[in-house]
Each structure stands twice: as structure tokens, then as C-alpha cells.
Design a protein around this ligand. Structure first.
Ligand code: 13P
Ligand code: SF4
Length: 306
């Protein structure tokens, strides 16, 4: 798309959003034109907080399905629109409520910590949610020393290593982060020997062991912006390079591996956002019987105020 038509479309969508009193939220992995359009870009925690606080009538969630669901869990009185109904999350699909219930039934009683990258009915069976930004603190906030953590095994192993607690893991993972190997990191370091290596906690343990910094997407963005260093190897989905470069035009950013792309995060285009605002389609709503138990798990996390 030519630069001019991107701008025209963005202006048109902003006018439409104003007319409808809609807030446009975008995750840090979204395509650049969507990030540039949004009222707020952020990581999962920041976007949930913003959704919980807004006085807009409509939330257009440019991200994946579980993010729109989380907004709907927190704000049932608002209309939450996901511009592409096929934007799912492969990790969230690695656990079902039935399978989780069976696992809970086979363990002694213990808290269940569930990563927000999960469906509402999985959250509904959980004690508390966490995001990549607060997983360690959420685990530490629990009185119990033994717990089950779902669905991301890498995040669970990371939290176990940082808290010393006994964590039963679920064998889920994010393919985009799982693809990054220690060899890829060694190659990237050899190509850019002066660069700081940042890794997302969804990466494998052997990759995290090589990291200079481990953080959520917005945590990485804050880190590179504040850092005195000027070169960074970014161990997460490549979409994050856009806000990093935009905020730090004089610094250099390299993807840890070119393959780190989440196809679902790239589905939403400007035309999809315009269509959903024009036609009010793509609503995501969680039924009350699921929303209320899911809300207690999401609220338990949000109220920790981490
Ligand atoms: P955060 O932006 O919360 O770090 O999440 C990363 C992610 O994989 C979202 O799908
Ligand atoms: Fe899910 Fe991974 Fe894509 Fe995030 S990057 S939406 S965790 S598959």
C-alpha cells in the first residue's frame, strides 16, 4: 500500500473511531500501520489495564482473540471488536478447560496460575492470571510453595527458576518463541558482537540462559530506550522492532532470528479495522457463566497492581 493511502485510511478510521467513541488498542507485535493508528500500543498487561480503565463505548482490539476476550471479561458493558475473527493464538489452543480440569483432579489441591495467553474458559478454572511482565511477582504473591502453571512451559520454568517454588508445568509453548534456538543466538551475537541480547520469557530455557535482559515486550522497549548501549538483538516477535526503532532512531535493532513472526499477529490490516468500525462486526463477548469465574482470576492479577 502506498504511504499516502495508508495515511488516508488511518485518518478515515480515526474519524470513525471518534464518531463511535471507540478506543483502538494494539499489541506491540501488530503491523506498523496498525501500531501507528492505535490510541495505545503495549504489552498484554498494559492493554488489559487500559481496557479496564477506559470510558470509551467500544474497544477495537488489534491483537489476537484471547486479548479481546480479556478486555470483554474486564468490561462487559463495552463492545469489544476484534477486526479479524481468525486471529487466534497457537499457544492458547494448546490447552482446553476439560484437559485442565482433568489435570487439576489428578493433583493435590494447589493454586493454578494461568498465563493470559489462554481462553476464557481456561482462565475460569484458574486461581490467578499472569502476564510475561508480572509472572514472577504473581507466583511470589501466592502463599503456596507448590502450584500448577499453564499453558506456557517456558514461562513456568522461568518463574520456577526465579522463585524457587515447585511449579507443575503444562506442555504448551509459543511456536514463534520456541523456534529461537541457542545456535541462532550464538550466530546473532557473532554478527553483532557489541549488541545486548534481550529475550522474552516465552523463549526456551537455554535461550534465556544466554540473555542479558529478560522482559515482556514493553519491558524490552523501556529497557532499550533507557539504555546507554546502542545496539540490541531482539529475542521476540519481529513486530517489536517497529516501536523500538521509532522511539530510538539512533540505535540499532536486530531480530534474533528472521523466522520469529507470529502469522496471527499480522492478520489485521487497516481495511479490517475500518470495516469492523463501519459495520460493528467482530464482537467478542464472553458468556456470564464463564466470564464471572474468569474475572476473579484476571482481577486477582490486576489488583496486585504490579
Ligand atoms: P507481552 O506483550 O505481554 O510480553 O506478550 C507477548 C505475547 O506473546 C503476546 O501474544
Ligand atoms: Fe500466541 Fe505466540 Fe502469537 Fe503471542 S506470539 S499470539 S503467544 S502464538
Amino acid at each position: 500500500m502506498a504511504a499516502e493511502s495508508t495515511t488516508t485510511l488511518q485518518t478515515e478510521i480515526k474519524a470513525l473511531a471518534r464518531k463511535r467513541n471507540a478506543l483502538i488498542l494494539a499489541h506491540n507485535y501488530q503491523p506498523p500501520a496498525i501500531q501507528d493508528l492505535a490510541d495505545l500500543c503495549g504489552d498484554s498487561l498494559e492493554l488489559s489495564r487500559k481496557a479496564a480503565q477506559t470510558d470509551a463505548d467500544i474497544i477495537v482490539f488489534c491483537g489476537v482473540h484471547f486479548m479481546a476476550e480479556t478486555a470483554s471479561i474486564l468490561c462487559p458493558e463495552k463492545t469489544v471488536l476484534l477486526p479479524r475473527d481468525d486471529a487466534g493464538c497457537l499457544m492458547a489452543d494448546m490447552i482446553t478447560a476439560e484437559a485442565l480440569q482433568a489435570r487439576i483432579d489428578n493433583l493435590p489441591p494447589m493454586p493454578v496460575v494461568t498465563y493470559v495467553n489462554s481462553t476464557a474458559d481456561v482462565k475460569a478454572l484458574s486461581t490467578i492470571c499472569c502476564t510475561s511482565a508480572n509472572a514472577v511477582e504473581v507466583v511470589n504473591s501466592l502463599a503456596a510453595d507448590e502450584l500448577l502453571m499453564t499453558p506456557d512451559r517456558n514461562l513456568a520454568m522461568y518463574a520456577a527458576s526465579r522463585t524457587g517454588k515447585k511449579i507443575h508445568i503444562w506442555e504448551g509453548y509459543c511456536p514463534t518463541h520456541e523456534w529461537l534456538t541457542a545456535d541462532d543466538v550464538h550466530q546473532a551475537r557473532a554478527a553483532h558482537p557489541d549488541a545486548v541480547f534481550l529475550a522474552h520469557p516465552e523463549c526456551r530455557p537455554e535461550v534465556l540462559a544466554l540473555a542479558d535482559v529478560i522482559a515482556s515486550t514493553s519491558g524490552m522497549l523501556r529497557h532499550v530506550t533507557a539504555a546507554k548501549e546502542t545496539a540490541f538483538i531482539v529475542g521476540t516477535e519481529k513486530g517489536l522492532l517497529h516501536p523500538m526503532q521509532k522511539a530510538n532512531p539512533d540505535k540499532r535493532f536486530y531480530p534474533a532470528a528472521d523466522k520469529m513472526i507470529c502469522a496471527n499477529m499480522k492478520k489485521i490490516q487497516l481495511e479490517d479495522v475500518r470495516r469492523c468500525l463501519e459495520t460493528m462486526t467482530g464482537e467478542v463477548r464472553v458468556p456470564e457463566a464463564i466470564r464471572l469465574p474468569a474475572l476473579q482470576a484476571v482481577r486477582a492479577m490486576v489488583e496486585l497492581n504490579l
